[in-house]
Design a protein around this ligand. Structure first.
Ligand code: CA
Length: 230
């Protein structure tokens, strides 16, 4: 099966020529010309890789990258216009797998694409994420806490999995709800808190002094994977 690549680039001539060259290399390509279109296209086609321009209208490449990273590890290569250190740091900090500075040669881009796809395939074989006191085994649908398997119903599993994949990042309530319950969730927002409370009972040693699942007032929650105080 052909690997699919989503090209999110607002300059249509660039998007067109990338598409043309990548199709010639045997990839199936899709195009999006702004950040919002990139997100909906991503949800629709679930591509094998995303080429993401940093400067996009409606929703910037940085935001798009962060949102996608919260729900999946789909490889992302950022396309940046300026060759500044700042861009490089930003590109990788927001969870991109690689970045390439315009102008670039197609040969270089294809080499990067193949390298990132290869790495993604290796990671998939492992399917285990170990971070701090948590070990997530996606294939076994299992999460271990300090070496012990946690007994988790589906929603609790999905919430904790989302925390683990996002490590120390703060997860806004609405995003957690969207990831775990889907976009068309019209239920009570308190449902999330109920699940968080049950999870805390399973992992927090002291309910008065929460070390792992932290409440970030007015925003949402954050997992401290090592149970740090701060
Ligand atoms: Ca642009």
């Amino acid at each position: 099966m052909k690997k699919s690549i989503l090209i999110a680039e607002d300059e249509k001539p660039i998007a067109e020529s990338l598409s043309f060259c990548l199709e010639k290399e045997g990839f199936k390509t899709y195009q999006a010309y702004d950040g919002q279109a990139a997100l909906s296209k991503y949800k629709e086609i679930n591509p094998n890789l995303i080429l993401l321009d940093l400067m996009l209208p409606k929703l910037g490449g940085q935001e798009v990258c962060k949102i996608i990273r919260r729900r999946s590890s789909t490889p992302i290569i950022m396309l940046t216009a300026k060759d500044s250190e700042l861009d490089k740091v930003v590109g990788l900090e927001i969870g991109a797998d690689d970045y390439i500075t315009k102008p670039f040669s197609m040969r270089e881009l294809i080499a990067r694409i193949n390298a990132v796809l290869r790495r993604a395939a290796d990671n998939k074989k492992e399917q285990t994420v170990k971070t701090g006191d948590f070990t997530l085994s996606e294939d076994k649908h299992q999460i271990k806490f300090k070496g012990k398997i946690l007994d988790l119903p589906l929603k609790e599993f999905n919430i904790l999995k989302t925390f683990i994949l996002n490590k120390e990042r703060v997860l806004p309530r609405n995003e957690l709800i969207e990831i775990v319950w889907g976009e068309d969730f019209y239920g009570d927002e308190k449902t999330l808190d109920v699940h968080i409370r049950r999870l805390r009972k399973k992992i927090e040693p002291d309910s008065e002094n929460l070390k792992y699942i932290k409440t970030v007032r007015g925003i949402g929650y954050r997992l401290s994977v090592k149970g740090n105080e701060s």
